[in-house]
Every structure is written in structure tokens, then in C-alpha cells.
Design a binder for this molecule. Sequence first.
Ligand SMILES: [Mn+2]
Length: 341
Amino acid sequence: MQNFDQLKDLLASPKRIVITSHANPDGDALGSSLGMYHYLKKQGHRITVIMPTEMPDFLCWMKDFDQVLVYENTRTFSTKIVKEAEIIFALDYNSISRIENMSSLVANSTAYKVMIDHHMYPEDFCQSVLSDTSASSTCQLVYEFIELMGDVNELNVDILNALYVGILTDTGGFRYATSARLFRIVASMLEFGIDNNKLSDLVFNSYTVKSFNLLAHCISDCLEIIEDCNTGIVAVSQADHKRFNIQRGDLEGVVNFILKIQKIRCAVLITERREIVKLSMRSKGDFSVQKICSTYFNGGGHKNASGGAIKKPFKEVIKIFKDVINNEYKDELTKKLMVEL
Ligand SMILES: [Mn+2]
């Protein structure tokens, strides 16, 4: 970790610390933030977690979920806290723009900034950086950070439950982005008494009737399969947003369903927002959606999971995506898969 000793010295005495993560926080964003919160709080620091936007309801059972400030609802108070912070943690994001409405506030802060993240191409806005794209999740990296601090003995159920959530969500329940290194950490967590069955149930069996009906609509009415490119598209219009009263986060996970179809190697969810069209992409194996998102849709992320956004008409964006896939990636997407076990 870059400038680790400097950071360790700073953390040797109680500090005012703010933990931030990306807008539209997911399990890893919230899990890593709350895991770090419980750890640092135990060390005697004054911690506030601030998320740019609303958090997903299905994680409301997490300990101290209700202590997290949502910046868009608490602007004045949160701004004051950020301005008084001595250290700011940036967890699970690689670019200051990912905290949206908080970007300039954090960028202009004189606090010592620490990034812990696993996305590709981290921007240079933090003094201390732990960036590792081979990690399953930021939660895994927070665990490794605590190890690095020599504080394995300080781990407790609150810290580990929070970190387990992000590991579960970012690996899809240990189906991808795993490694021997991750499983060793998970083994230690289980030895500690963390309940995999219970946490998996809380995380994965969490549809509301509304979100389940929305998923059914996406699959039956909005899905288009481009068979000769092994690609699936779900396009959700403004009309769908009105009809189903879609809120931020309601479409979370829809894109992953497309990959459940045999042979599909690239999946995209295209959503028409009021001002902008958003894209969320997933892929399997060596096929990189990161490259497509960064080249054509002002985004990026991971090789197999990326996002982007573009200010163009909805129909046009769908066409751009189809053209890119068809003209540039057809060969790569249809080359014979060698199955070796
Ligand atoms: Mn993550």
C-alpha cells in the first residue's frame, strides 16, 4: 500500500474520519464502508460514513445502516462533517466523479485521503492508495488492510458481517472474481463464526414483490438476444420507469440474469433516464466490457462488469451499442469456447 507508514502514523491517535463510497451504493460499497467504520470506531476514532445517494433497502438489516448519512438528504450537515474531517477514506471507487454530488467537496478538502479499491485505472486524488484489481471486492481489501495494520486481533462480528456482505455481492455468491487468497480470508471469517447461510439468504433472497415483477417484465418484454453475437440486451425506457415506478437501485441485478442464458457472453442493461442514458454491462471469460464502456460510453469499471452513461436519444444508444458489438466484437464473441476442466 502506497504511503502506508504515513497513514499508520496518522491513525495512531484519534482522528475525525469520514468514509465515502460511490453513488448508488451496492453491497461492496456499503459493506466496506461499514466494515471500516466498525474497525476504526473500535480504535477510538470519530467516524462518519457518508454516501452520495440513497442506499439499497435490502441491506437495511446491516448493523449501523441507520447511522450512515446520505449526502443528498443532509447536505448542510454532511458538508460540515466533511470540512472538519482530518482523514477521508474513498472506498470502492477509482474516480472522484463516482461520488457525483460530493465530488468537489471531497476534491477540495484538505483532509488526508485514502483510497481502497479494486477498479481498474485509479485516479490520482489520494495520498495513500491500496488499489488491487485482482481482489474480489473492496471488502476483501479492507480485511487485508486490517491485517496490514497488524490488527487481526481487533476483528469482531460487526466488522466481519459487513465485509462478508460485499464479498458475497461482488462475487455473486462465490461464482466469479474468486481466488485462493479470497477463500483463505473467507475460511478465517467462517472460523470466527460468521454465518454464510444466513447472510447469503439475506443478501440473495431479497426481492420485493415489486422488484420481482419488474424483473419479470424486463425478461419477458425488454430482452433482445443477438444470437449471432452471443449478446443479450435489456432496454428499459422512460415509459417503463413510469409504469413500474422504477426507483434508483430497482434494476440492480437485472443485467446478471441475461448471463444465465447459455452461450451469452456479453450482457447490457440500457436504461433511459430523464437527461441521460445509462448502460450497465457484464461479460464472461476474457471478453472485456470495460473497453467498450470506456471507449464509447464515458465509463469503465472491471473487465467483466462495467458501466457508462451517454447523453444521446435512447434508441440511438441502443443502435450504437449494437453497431459496436456487430462491427468490432462479433469475432471475439463467437470464437469457439474451449471448455477445459
Ligand atoms: Mn466493489
